[in-house]
Structures are given as structure tokens and as C-alpha cells.
Design a binder for this molecule. Structure first.
Ligand code: TYD
Ligand code: MG
Length: 472
């Protein structure tokens, strides 16, 4: 912790801290939070260029040790885990089922949440909708530093939201915000966005690492003390990481990212860190002319396939956080015109494709070395699990041989280096979701075959990749 370094004290734990303290200012990478004594062009921790910004170190007060022996703090011994009161933490519903799921079943009192997303993703819209509804029953405060109260009122009116109860404050000075909080003590607080909030006693500009870190720390402290639900809005850099506040992610309980793609009105809210629920939980919303609407059945939108099927397309069932999601994988294999065959992957891991191609050659005797291969997951979904191995291979084969995969068939399963099919988690639920969406056949790893039959679903269990390919 840079700020706890004592300048003239004797308690430097490392040589690096000593050097930092002597220089009285430090340089911090705005992307990853690594600190340096001197400016340099590239951050050696995360390799980003031009991300170091200077921060002033405030001199720590007196020595932490008392004059007599030992430290000055009060003595207490630890508590036994069993003695600690563990009442189930009370949760507040946001009014959106999709949002509650991403939170892990509603918002926990006293928790701090960070919502990141590109400009125009719909962060302000979603939070305004949520806050207007919540303000009916709870004390809610919406602090904005980006828009005027008139703009917000206008938007709320246009969206037909209940506007009688929500307090709105246009303010960027942390001291003014804290003073209001002390007086009003809201139960739910939104700060839109943390990058525009500043503390006057810190020299650097709003949005810089030291400002963001100190302001957020103060807000989080307040929320923990008073049991206020704190929601911070954070901006996202071009590369898709939260600008500056990598440092922030340590302080907060829950980090959400609202993902948007330019050509789609669908927005995906994903949890990247959650102390009260599963990570990688996914909530799907649609941006409409009347604000953000929940999409209750996301499988249906990613599956809207056109009527005339073609080769190279297959549907798989992936596990997203705590629920299955059906997505379509497309492959195009094309005879290679140049020296090196091209391998282009969108939405899956590129290294995984190289591995699958090798397994396909060695264990199924099918060489694709003379083919360009393009793989794509439809709808801008990113798959990070291994269950997409088998469908990816089947899609490639289907494209190579120009043979359509039946429309009522799904497949999932991990492919091992020995050509075996390995089970994936939650096979039952994946199959059930597929049956619900009208699929009637599934090719799955042998260990994933259901114990009890699933209505309307014929499951074909295969032990190896070769078996699965032969079935199809
Ligand atoms: P906004 O919530 O302001 O985004 P953020 O706070 O994440 O920057 O969203 C603004 C975008 O959403 C803008 O491009 C317009 C669009 N939008 C709609 O399509 N419908 C609506 O009802 C509203 C309020 C916004
Ligand atoms: Mg906004």
C-alpha cells in the first residue's frame, strides 16, 4: 500500500518501499496498478505502453509503534469460525430477474458493486430503471457526474418510469457526496461514474489512479459501515478492461461487465468477480426504444437460424454461470490457396482449434492440413469452456464434406489428446435445455449419458471422437 509508507519512520518492509517513500511520488500503471519509482514508457508488469501516471504520496502520520514495547492498537484474539454469527445475508431484489441472477440472487446489503461497460452500453439506462422502481420502497440516491438532472428526468419520463421517489444529485466532488450521504444515509446508492468523482486534496486529475482509488475506498468504507448497497459505474478502455480501476477490483465485492456489440441490440451482463455468487454468470438484456428489457429465453435469440440450413453449422449447449445456453457454431473449411493454411477463430480459443485439428488427424485419420479453417460462434457469444470441442470438430467435418448436420441434433463434449470424449459438467441440464428448445437428438460423451431418460430427446453416447464422427 503506497499510502501507508512512513517517510521518516523505520518501518519500510522492502527496499522498494524505501525508494518509493524517498521519492515522495510514484508512478502507477493505470491498467494493472503496478507502481514504479521512475517514469518509464512501458509497464513491465502488464506490457502496456504509456499507461504510467504520477501520484503523490501523502506522508503517513506518526510511527505505528507505541513508545513502550509492542504496537499501539488494541489487543484482541481471533474468533472461532463457529462463534461468528452467520445469518444468511439479506438480499434486495433489483426488480430484474436477469440482474438478480448475475448478482447471485439479489443485492447484498453493504456490498459494493462495480458495473463496467463501453459508452452507450446502457449502464445509466439500466441503473435508472432499477433505481426508479426500488425508490418506491427503499431510500435511493442516484449521483451523476456525467449528465444533468434535467437529462435524467427527461429520460425517466420518456421511459415511463415512476419518478416520484428517486433522489438525483449532479455532483462530482466527493466531499459534497459524502456530506449528503452522512445526512441522508440512502439504502441504495449509484455513483455514475467513479471516474468523474474527485477529492480536492488530491492533486491529480479526476479519473487518475489515485483519485479513483481514494474516492472509491471512501465510498466503499461508507457502504460497509452503514449497510448501503453501493453501485459504481466504471468506464472501459478500448481494450475492454476497466479503465484505471484494476486497483478497484480488490476493494469491491462484485464486478460486472455490460458487453455490447455495435450491430446488436442485445446486451450481455457478466459477473467477473462476485463474493456472493457465481462468476461468469450471464444476464441478457435487449436495448429497446423503451429502455432495457430482460431477455428471459436467451437460447432462442442465439438460435434464430435461417430456414435453409447449410453445411458447417451445429448447435451446442454451453454452461454459462448457472444455466445452459444454446449457441450455434459455424465452420468453413476451404481448400488453401497459399503456403500456410489459415486458422481463424472468433468466439472460441484459437489454440484449442490447433489441438483439435491435430487430434482429428492422429485419431480419426482425417487430415485438414491443406484447408483454411474459419470457426465462428454466432451472436457474438464467447465460449470459454471445453464442451465446444466436439461440436467444433463436427462443424469442420460437415463443412469439409459439404454434408449438413441434422437440424434437430446438438452435440457437446471435451476432446482429449488421446481422441477420447470426456464428460463436461451439468450434462443433464444441458440436455434438458436442448429438449426444451425443440431438439430431439444429442451426441454426448459416454459419461454424460443421462441416468433417467429425457422426454423427447434421443441421446447418443460416444466414448471416442471416432465413434461420434461415425454416428453422424
Ligand atoms: P446509456 O445508458 O446512456 O449508456 P452508458 O451509460 O452505458 O454510456 O445508453 C445510451 C444508449 O442507449 C444510447 O446509444 C441510446 C440508447 N437508448 C435506446 O436505444 N433506448 C432508450 O430508451 C434509451 C434510454 C437509450
Ligand atoms: Mg452513462
Amino acid at each position: 500500500m503506497l499510502h501507508s509508507v512512513a517517510f521518516k519512520g523505520k518501518h519500510f518492509s522492502t527496499f522498494r518501499e524505501q525508494k518509493l517513500a524517498k521519492s515522495k511520488s510514484a508512478f502507477v500503471c493505470t491498467d494493472c496498478g503496478a507502481d514504479y519509482t521512475k517514469w518509464q514508457g512501458q509497464c513491465t508488469a502488464c506490457n502496456a505502453w504509456n499507461t504510467l501516471s504520477e501520484i503523490r504520496l501523502s506522508p503517513a502520520a506518526a510511527s505505528r509503534k507505541s513508545k513502550s514495547s509492542g504496537y499501539a492498537g488494541a489487543v484482541s484474539s481471533g474468533q472461532k469460525l463457529s462463534e461468528i454469527d452467520v445469518a444468511e445475508e439479506p438480499r434486495t431484489s433489483s426488480g430484474f430477474a436477469e440482474l438478480d441472477r448475475v448478482f447471485g440472487g439479489g443485492m447484498v446489503l453493504g456490498s459494493a458493486v462495480l458495473i463496467g461497460g463501453e459508452p452507450g452500453a446502457g449502464k445509466s439506462t439500466l441503473l435508472l430503471q432499477m433505481m426508479c422502481e426500488l425508490a418506491k420502497t427503499e431510500k435511493a440516491l442516484y449521483v451523476t457526474g456525467e449528465e444533468s438532472p434535467q437529462q435524467i428526468a427527461l429520460r425517466a419520463k420518456r421511459l415511463g418510469l415512476p419518478t416520484e421517489h428517486l433522489s438525483v444529485m449532479a455532483e462530482t466532488s466527493l466531499d459534497a457526496i459524502m456530506a449528503t450521504l452522512e445526512k441522508d444515509a440512502p439504502k441504495i446508492l449509484v455513483v455514475d461514474s467513479i471516474q468523474v468523482v474527485y477529492r480536492e486534496d488530491i492533486a491529480s486529475a479526476p479519473g487518475s489512479v489515485s483519485q479513483v482509488r481514494e474516492c472509491a475506498a471512501e465510498l466503499v468504507r461508507f457502504s460497509k459501515q452503514r449497510g448501503t448497497i453501493l453501485i459504481l459505474v466504471g468506464h472501459v478502455t478500448k481494450e475492454g478492461s476497466l479503465a484505471g480501476p484494476k486497483v478497484l477490483e480488490h476493494m469491491i465485492d462484485c464486478s460486472l461487465l455490460l458487453e455490447s456489440s455495435d450491430d446488436s441490440r442485445y446486451r450481455m451482463l457478466r459477473s467477473r468477480k462476485n463474493r456472493f455468487g457465481a462468476v461468469n454468470e450471464l444476464g441478457v438484456f435487449a436495448m429497446t426504444d423503451t429502455g432495457m428489457k430482460e431477455v428471459g429465453n436467451p437460447s432462442a435469440i442465439f438460435l434464430s437460424r435461417n430456414e435453409n440450413t447449410s453445411s458447417g453449422s451445429i448447435v451446442t449447449s454451453v454452461w454459462e454461470g448457472s444455466r445452459p445456453l444454446l449457441v450455434e457454431i459455424q465452420a468453413l473449411a476451404d481448400a488453401n490457396q497459399y503456403q500456410n493454411p489459415r486458422r481463424v477463430v472468433v468466439g472460441l480459443e484459437a489454440n484449442r482449434l490447433a489441438m483439435l485439428v491435430a487430434v482429428l488427424h492422429r485419431h480419426a485419420g482425417i487430415a485438414v492440413g491443406d484447408q483454411d479453417i474459419f470457426l465462428n460462434v454466432v451472436g457474438g457469444v464467447r465460449i470459454t469452456e471445453t464442451g465446444a470441442d466436439l461440436p467444433a470438430i463436427l462443424a469442420i467435418l460437415s463443412s469439409m464434406r459439404e454434408r449438413e448436420i441434422p437440424r434437430d441434433l446438438i452435440a457437446f463434449g471435451e476432446v482429449g489428446l488421446a481422441g477420447e470424449l470426456r464428460p463436461v459438467s451439468n450434462g443433464q441440464e444441458r440436455l434438458r435445455e436442448a429438449a426444451k428448445q425443440g431438439f430431439s437428438r444429442a451426441v454426448v460423451p459416454y459419461a454424460n449419458r443421462p441416468q433417467t431418460a429425457i422426454k423427447g430427446m434421443k441421446v447418443i453416447a460416444a466414448k471416442t471422437l471416432v465413434e461420434a464422427v461415425e454416428v453422424i
